[in-house]
Design a protein around this ligand. Structure first.
Ligand code: NAD
Length: 254
């Protein structure tokens, strides 16, 4: 039976790949986009081309009222969402803490952490108290635990996301709602734009990955489809790394 899937950040990268993959599974997909309506339309068309139903709604995940309005639009069209994929996010600033503006810190935390809280909370409100076969998947990062200089904003947000996911997992388990995190390594999306346009730069990064290559967004989407499926019915509170082995190299520098 077709489910209702809400995907944030669905106009680009991993979110767009997730939207398409759930479309291929025959689901109804709401593409939540931030600013690029044309890109959102491409995601809608990709879902439809793969056999799913699709709609798009604009929302800033850091805006409580915008998130509420987006879920209300979905509920009016299809009823309560069955699955939330939260892929919306900003990349690390590259600025060290000693020079980071408060505004930068807040922008990243608001999008990558508060956005996860707001979308999850509104998803759960839509489900009500009744037990449900439903699930939330947050696209986190290996930087939730493998920190990088210049990444305090991003690493703090993704590290906080880990505890948000685990807390929600135990809160919602009695209702049957599963909450999990996917932790990608280097994936070729607009967030890694330089790696896509600069082969030498890409190679310099890929040589650190045991599997010798960056990941494709569709590989993350395949994992999301699995985690949202009945095959993953006993998995909750998990953080699943998908990085070609990259994070295993952490301690090999010295
Ligand atoms: N690409 C990677 O290597 C990589 C690695 C680990 C984790 N991630 C995570 O994957 C997720 C998706 O990133 P991506 O690689 O697809 O990058 P991307 O830049 O292609 O996609 C990010 C999406 O988030 C949306 N977004 C940004 N701010 C928003 C806001 N305030 N409200 C709503 N949407 C907003 C953007 O519009 C875009 O669609 C992010 O959470 C990112 O941290 C990516």
């Amino acid at each position: 039976m077709a489910r209702t899937i809400v995907v944030t950040g669905a106009e680009s990268g991993i979110g767009a790949a997730c939207a398409e993959a759930f479309g291929a599974a025959g689901d109804r997909v709401c593409v939540i986009y931030h600013a690029d309506a044309e890109a959102a339309q491409r995601s809608v068309a990709a879902v439809q081309a793969r056999g799913g139903e699709a709609m798009s709604v604009q929302a800033d995940v850091g805006d409580e009222y915008g998130v509420d309005a987006a879920f209300t639009a979905v509920e009016r069209t299809w009823g309560a969402a069955d699955v939330l994929i939260n892929s919306a996010g900003l990349n690390m600033s590259g600025v060290s803490v000693r020079t980071m503006a408060l505004e930068q810190w807040q922008r990243l935390i608001t999008t990558d952490l508060t956005g996860a809280f707001l979308t999850s909370r509104r998803f759960l409100k839509g489900r009500g108290e009744a037990p449900a076969d439903a699930s939330i998947i947050h696209i986190s990062s290996i930087h939730a635990y493998a920190v990088r200089a210049g990444g305090a904003d991003y690493c703090a947000a993704k590290g906080g996301l880990t505890n948000l996911v685990e807390t929600m997992a135990i809160e919602e388990a009695p209702r049957g709602i599963r909450v999990n995190a996917i932790e990608p390594g280097m994936i070729l999306t607009p967030m890694n734009a330089r790696a896509q346009s600069d082969p030498a730069y890409r190679q310099s990064l890929e040589q650190n990955i045991p599997m010798g290559r960056a990941g494709d967004p569709s590989e993350v989407a395949d994992l999301a489809v699995f985690l949202a499926s009945d095959h993953a019915r006993y998995i909750t509170g998990a953080r699943i790394v998908i990085d070609g082995g990259l994070s295993l190299m952490q301690a090999l520098g010295a």
